[in-house]
Design a protein around this ligand. Structure first.
Ligand code: AP5
Ligand code: MG
Length: 213
């Protein structure tokens, strides 16, 4: 099963991707997490990506597409995967389609987690992220068992650099201009589904599993 998660920044793509991957035992591939891990480790890719991410802008397609195509070619992806935060532009969607087509494969589901912009800024200020394993928490809606510590790996939880309100606003603008057109793209491909992301986390997940099953 190959699944793409669409949705505005903070809509809950990562939260739901984690749950899907747990249930179906497939890898969770988040380009945002990959870039953040590279920033943390001080790699060349991380240095380049950080300049864009801190502005709320997209990392250029040429730094992103090959990375994902390479990742989905790994053996652990043979049984499917969830792509979270990729594709984010039409050229990225086309690059993915091209790579899959070359192997006689295709995306099975594109799922849009719908949350209005006015809910997003509020949500982001309460988010805490693990930069080690990519797990996401919320002070109110999904608190970790021990304050400030990741349940999965025991690392320290942080407020992401790009979660300041002014950067969130910019990310929302970028989302509407560059990523929302993908909804049309996957509608045309006949694989587009939407869920109401303002419901509580488990209800959103129940709606997603109903689509997948
Ligand atoms: P990325 O890391 O993908 O960030 P994003 O798309 O902005 O999305 P977020 O991770 O902020 O939100 P989410 O939808 O995963 O929500 P979450 O589950 O955390 O990308 C960051 C940056 O990297 C980009 O801006 C760009 O620069 C770059 N980048 C990444 N991919 C790229 C690409 N393909 N091309 C170019 N550049 C790329 O939930 C948010 C919060 O809400 C959490 O605290 C969560 O606990 C809580 N929550 C979730 N669901 C609910 C609910 N139902 N009710 C209440 N609270 C909830
Ligand atoms: Mg995320």
């Amino acid at each position: 099963m190959k699944i793409i998660m669409l949705g505005a920044p903070g809509a809950g793509k990562g939260t739901q991707a984690e749950k899907i991957c747990d249930r179906y035992q497939i890898p969770h591939i988040s380009t945002g997490d990959i870039f953040r891990a590279n920033i943390k480790n001080g790699t060349e890719l991380g240095k380049k990506a950080k300049q864009y991410m801190d502005q709320g802008a997209l990392v250029p397609d040429e730094l992103t597409c090959d990375l994902v195509v390479d990742r989905i070619s790994q053996p652990d992806c043979a049984g499917g995967y969830v792509l979270d935060g990729f594709p984010r532009t039409i050229p990225q969607a086309e690059a993915l389609d091209k790579a899959l087509k070359a192997r006689g494969e295709k995306v099975d589901f594109a799922i849009d987690v719908e949350v209005p912009d006015e809910n997003i800024v509020k949500r982001m200020s309460g988010r805490r992220a693990c930069l080690n394993c990519g797990a996401t928490y919320h002070l109110m809606y999904k608190p970790p068992k021990k304050e400030g510590i990741c349940d999965n790996c025991g690392s320290e939880l942080v407020l992401r650099d790009d979660d300041r309100p002014e950067t969130v606003q910019k990310r929302l603008e970028v989302y509407h201009a560059q990523t929302q057109p993908l909804i049309d793209y996957y509608e045309k491909a006949g694989i587009m589904h939407s869920v109401d992301g303002t419901q509580d986390i488990d209800k959103v997940f129940a709606d997603i599993t109903a689509i997948l099953e």
